[in-house]
Design a protein around this ligand. Structure first.
Ligand code: ADP
Length: 452
C-alpha cells in the first residue's frame, strides 16, 4: 500500500501547531505497522526547516512550482515551492485560500511529474480540502488512477472560505460542484466542506469530537453534512498518539528526569528561572486563542493566584496577549509570549498541574505530554480531553465558567502532596500514547475502502 499524506504543515519541516505534530509521526508509524511506502507533500515555505533536494520545476495553471524532497525516518517528504510560499509565515495572508488552492493544484501536477500513483491520498484540514474533488473531477482526474480518498478534520473551526466564483475559476472544477450539496456554503466556497463531501472516508482526531461535530453546537454549520456522512458510515474518530521519543522525560534534551526526586529538581530550576515563589505551579503551553479558554483564565486569574503560581507560555491573539501581559505586570501570573520549545519542555517537567480549559478541543496533545511528564491535567470536559484525561488521574470540569474552573483547580490544590496525588502522578506517567494503535486503525480503515 502506497500512502500520500497532504498537509499544510509537517513537523519538523514546518509547524504552527498540533497538525504538524501528527504529520511528523503518523507516516513513520504507518510504515512500522506495514504500509509499503508513505509520502507526505507539504509547502516549501520561506521558513522551511531543512534543505530539500531539488527534484525539478513544473508549471500548472499558469504558475511555476518547484518540487523538493527530504527523507526522514524512512518517509519521503515532498515539498512544493512557488510564489505563494515566499513569505516566512505559514498562514495569515489575505490570499490564504488562493495560496492553498494553488498548492492543491500543484500537488496534482506534482504526482504526475514524480510518477507517483498512491493507493491512498490522505488530506488534512482545510488547506488540502480541495484535493478529493480535484482527484475525482479535476482536469487531470483520469490520468491519476483511482486512489482511495481520506480526509481528516483536525479542527473544524478553520474551514477556508472564499468567493465562490474565484475559487471556481482558480480550481478549474466543473460548475455543478459549486452548489449547496457541494462546495457552496452561505454563498462562499468552503474548502473543508469540499473535503468532507468528496472523501471516501472522513476521520477526526478523537471519538468524542467525532460525535460533537455532528451537533449544531459544535458542527460550525457543517453538522448537517457531517450527520449524513456519519449515517453513511463514512465518519470515524481515531485518537491521536504522541511522539513518545520527542516527549520522553528520561531523555529530554531540555529537562530530563528519571525519578520524582529528579523531577523536584526540575521544578526548582523552573521556579528559579521564572522567579516563582513557593506556591505550586499551574501551567499552560498553548496557542492564545478563544478556543483555548483564555477568557476563563483571565476571569479567574486573581483567584487562581491565591493558591498557584500561574505560568503561561503562548502566542496568538494580540488582544488576549495584551491582557495577559497586563495581568503579568500586576503580578497575578507569569506570561511568556512567543514560541519556545525549550521552555515548553521545562514547564511540562517542572509544573505540578497543567490547565486546559478549552471551549472545544478536537484532540489536544498538551494534556498527553503533561501526563507523561507527571504534571496532572485540569481540563474542561470536552472533545479529546474526555478521551485522554481520566478522573482517576486528572481533574475535569463541565461548565465553561471561571467558578467551575476554580472548583477543579481547588480540588487539585487540596490533594497536592498527598498519597493520592503521588499515585495519580505515577499512573499518569505510565500511560501509553503510542502511535502504533492509531496507525493500525488508519490502515484498517484504508483497507476496508473500495477505490472511488
Ligand atoms: P493546538 O490546538 O494548538 O494544535 P495541541 O494541544 O493539539 O493544540 O498542540 C499544541 C502543541 O503545541 C503542544 O505540543 C504544545 O506544547 C505546543 N505549543 C503550543 N504553544 C507553544 C509555545 N508557545 N511554545 C512551544 N510550544 C508550544
Amino acid at each position: 500500500m502506497v500512502i500520500l499524506h497532504a498537509s499544510s504543515e509537517v513537523y519538523p519541516l514546518s509547524r504552527s501547531g498540533g497538525l504538524a505534530d501528527v504529520l511528523g509521526v503518523l507516516p513513520a508509524a504507518q510504515r512500522q505497522v506495514g504500509a509499503d511506502q508513505v509520502f507526505t507533500v507539504s509547502p516549501w515555505y520561506g521558513s522551511l526547516q531543512g534543505q530539500p533536494e531539488l527534484l525539478g520545476e513544473f508549471g500548472s495553471a499558469g504558475e511555476v512550482f518547484r518540487l523538493g524532497r527530504v527523507e526522514l525516518a524512512g518517509v519521503i517528504h515532498l515539498l512544493i515551492g512557488g510564489r505563494m510560499f515566499e513569505g516566512a509565515d505559514l498562514y495569515g495572508y489575505r490570499d490564504d485560500v488562493w495560496r492553498f488552492v494553488q498548492f492543491d493544484l500543484a500537488v496534482i501536477a506534482a504526482l504526475q511529474v514524480a510518477g507517483l500513483r498512491p493507493d491512498v491520498v490522505h488530506a488534512h484540514d482545510w488547506a488540502t480540502g480541495l484535493l478529493p474533488a480535484l482527484l475525482r473531477y479535476g482536469p487531470e482526474a483520469n490520468r491519476l488512477g483511482s486512489a482511495k480518498l481520506v480526509y481528516t478534520i483536525h479542527n473544524l473551526n478553520y474551514q477556508g472560505r472564499w468567493n465562490l466564483e474565484e475559487v471556481r475559476s482558480w480550481s478549474g472544477l466543473p460548475a455543478e460542484l459549486f452548489g449547496p450539496d457541494g462546495l457552496e456554503f452561505y454563498g462562499d466556497a468552503n474548502l473543508m466542506k469540499a473535503g468532507i463531501r468528496w472523501a471516501d472516508l472522513v476521520t477526526t482526531v478523537s471519538p468524542t469530537y467525532a460525535r460533537e461535530i455532528t451537533t449544531p453546537e459544535r458542527g460550525e454549520g457543517l453538522d448537517g453534512m457531517l450527520r449524513q456522512v456519519r449515517d453513511a458510515g463514512r465518519l470515524v474518530g481515531i485518537l491521536n498518539g504522541l511522539d513518545q521519543q520527542r516527549w520522553d522525560p528520561a531523555h529530554d534534551p531540555y529537562a530530563s528526569f528519571q525519578s520524582l526526586t529528579e523531577r523536584a529538581q526540575r521544578s526548582a530550576e523552573l521556579r528559579a528561572a521564572l522567579r516563582l515563589d513557593r506556591r505550586p505551579i499551574l501551567s499552560m503551553v498553548t496557542r492564545i486563542a478563544e478556543q483555548k479558554g483564555i477568557d476563563l483564565v483571565l476571569a479567574a486569574a486573581e483567584r487562581l493566584s491565591e493558591r498557584w503560581n500561574l505560568v503561561l507560555l503562548g502566542s496568538g491573539d494580540p488582544g488576549m496577549e495584551a491582557q495577559l501581559s497586563e495581568l503579568a505586570r500586576s503580578g497575578l501570573l507569569t506570561y511568556r509570549s512567543g514560541i519556545d520549545e525549550a521552555l515548553a519542555h521545562r514547564i511540562y517537567a517542572g509544573s505540578d498541574a497543567f490547565l486546559m480549559p478549552s471551549h472545544f478541543e478536537p484532540c489536544g496533545l498538551s494534556q498527553m505530554i503533561a501526563q507523561r511528564y507527571g504534571c496532572l491535567p485540569v481540563v474542561r470536559r470536552t472533545g479529546g480531553l474526555i478521551d485522554t484525561v481520566s478522573p482517576d488521574i486528572g481533574f475535569l470540569f463541565d461548565r465553561p465558567e471561571p467558578e467551575a474552573l476554580l472548583a477543579a483547580t481547588d480540588r487539585a490544590a487540596d490533594l497536592l502532596g498527598s498519597r493520592d496525588w503521588k499515585r495519580r502522578v505515577r499512573a499518569a506517567m505510565r500511560l501509553d500514547w503510542s502511535w502504533e494503535g492509531p496507525a493500525r486503525a488508519y490502515l484498517e480503515r484504508y483497507a476496508a475502502l473500495r477505490p472511488s
